[in-house]
Design a protein around this ligand. Structure first.
Ligand code: NAD
Length: 264
């Protein structure tokens, strides 16, 4: 029996990378999935693949920063799927630059998508989740939300904010049977790495290095993660198996934050 049969989910930033894997995984487990994104071509392609595989999915163009459009997103899920049980607030970007050369515009763009967007995802989902007697909210943070990340100061500030947002929402809505947890990926091979600008000044010292090279240096499990590694954790948080888990951090990083280098 599919673990999410009869459930309905929204995945923001579901057109690519981790969001794409989450959308496909939730759909495989029987959930109807509303994918929102600003990349319409990729988003529609993910829906096509899900439907071809026998799943149920829809795509809606939506920028997570657009508060005026949020009620329409929630209404779309409720109208087409009859309910909403799961919100995966995944959309995010990163800009790499040392704090000295980080522009206010780049700082604010990351805050707007990574933090305002997550706030709006939660705020607008809660009434719909409450109408079902509860639900699961999963926020995509990062290991950069657990500890400092040189060159990614603004990004880490947003992801640390997401981490604490999850805990506060968990406490505010435990009585509604709405659970809220954060997921903290390590280095995951997705298109985001190719999109990270290094700031107007350029910054070779802190520029992202080849993820495979980075993995052999930093990851105890000696490989970069794949989007499915993260989708598996998100999936778990959405099922009954996690029904006593709220306000917590699920770290999926191949052991990077475990505290040291492996012994061999
Ligand atoms: P990705 O670039 O492949 O996917 C991000 C998606 O978000 C894209 O489809 C993009 O179009 C969408 N998006 C961007 N801005 C948006 C907006 N304003 N409104 C709606 N959608 C928007 O990247 P990914 O690696 O899959 O990242 C997904 C999440 O995981 C992000 O929050 C990211 O910070 C987090 N994360 C990624 C890694 C990693 O190593 N890949 C590590 C830690 C955390």
């Amino acid at each position: 029996m599919a673990q999410l049969a009869g459930k309905a989910a929204i995945v923001t930033g579901g057109a690519s990378g981790i969001g794409e894997a989450c959308s496909e995984t939730l759909a495989r487990e029987g959930a109807s999935v509303l994918i929102t994104d600003i990349d319409d071509a990729l988003g529609k392609a993910v829906v096509e693949r899900i439907v071809k595989a026998g799943g149920k999915a829809r795509y809606l163009h939506h920028d997570v920063r657009d508060e005026a459009a949020w009620p329409g997103v929630i209404a779309d899920a409720e109208k087409n799927f009859g309910r909403l049980d799961i919100m995966v607030a995944n959309a995010g970007i990163g800009v790499m630059a040392p704090i000295e050369t980080m522009t206010l515009a780049d700082w604010q763009r990351q805050q707007a998508i990574n933090l305002d967007g997550v706030f709006l995802s939660i705020k607008h989902a809660i009434p719909a989740l409450r109408r079902q007697g509860g639900g699961s909210i999963v926020l995509m943070s990062s290991i950069a939300g657990l500890r400092g990340a040189p060159g990614l100061a603004a990004y880490s500030a947003t992801k640390g904010g997401v981490r604490l947002l999850a805990k506060s929402v968990a406490l505010e809505h435990a009585h509604d049977n709405i659970r809220c947890n954060s997921v903290h990926p390590g280095i995951i091979a997705t298109p985001i790495w190719g999109k990270i600008p290094t700031g107007a000044e350029g910054n070779r010292r802190n520029a992202p290095i080849d993820p495979v090279e980075r993995a052999t240096m930093m990851v105890p499990l000696t490989r970069v993660g794949v989007a499915q590694d993260i989708a598996n954790g998100v999936m778990f948080l959405c099922t009954e198996a996690a029904n006593y888990m709220t306000g917590q951090e699920l770290v999926i990083d191949g052991g990077i934050t475990a505290g040291g280098r492996p012994t061999r």
